[in-house]
Design a protein around this ligand. Structure first.
Ligand code: 3PG
Length: 210
């Protein structure tokens, strides 16, 4: 299945900020058990690359990607760790150029009509809409679609998405999946409370069953 198919099947993508590599596999297992198979490990911590490698090795049923890829160096590190895809908050030719060279599926971020235009010109039809809530939420995506629907563009909103507003995003057919950190709360992760994380994942997965 291609990335769009995997994202659609998942509906929700946990955006993960992980500090301790030892937590990577048990965390991924809890999320997969809860029904969320596509995971995004953000390059906001030093543990990101090794966490991706651990999940690849120990939780093969997960589809693990890399998020917050700001530089070509991070893109290469994500690819070397075995990331299945890369995500960026913005649209940087250096970052997506590096991903293309490596054949790494890449989802650049856009927040405006001009950025979306540029992403389409660069050949992307799947974009991250970031920061989703602050940039106008589901209403903004609907307005962008008014002008851009004919391009076939698909969105993955993240940033301020939560259990309450998830349904607004998933009701838009061009939204393949929504992402966010609410499924892996800092406290639950620090405590290794896998049961709580599995419950949050199951809750999100139930919302996403469309
Ligand atoms: C992202 O990079 O996708 C976002 O920072 C996630 O935002 P959230 O913490 O509001 O879910």
């Amino acid at each position: 299945m291609d990335l769009v198919g995997q994202l659609k099947a998942a509906g929700v993508v946990p955006v993960i900020v992980i500090e301790d590599v030892a937590q990577a596999a048990p965390l991924a297992r809890a999320l997969v058990k809860g029904g969320l198979k596509v995971l995004e490990i953000t390059f906001r911590t030093a543990a990101a690359a090794e966490s991706i490698a651990r999940i690849r090795a120990e939780v093969p049923e997960a589809v693990v990607g890399a998020g917050t890829l700001l530089t070509p160096h991070q893109v290469r590190a994500a690819h070397a760790a075995g990331a299945a895809f890369g995500v960026a908050p913005g649209l940087d030719p250096a970052a997506y150029g590096a991903a293309r060279e490596l054949g790494l599926p890449f989802v650049p971020g856009v927040a405006t009509a001009s950025e979306l235009s540029q992403a389409l010109s660069a050949g992307f039809t799947l974009v991250k809409f970031f920061p989703a809530e602050a940039a106008g939420g589901a209403k903004m995506i609907k307005n962008l679609l008014g002008a851009f629907r004919s391009t076939g563009v698909k969105f993955m909103p993240t940033g301020g998405v939560n259990a309450e507003n998830l349904g607004d995003y998933l009701a838009i057919p061009e939204v393949v999946a929504a992402g966010g950190t609410w499924i892996v709360p800092k406290k639950a992760l620090a405590e290794g409370d896998w049961a709580a994380i599995e419950r949050l994942a199951a809750d999100a997965a139930a919302h996403a069953a469309r």
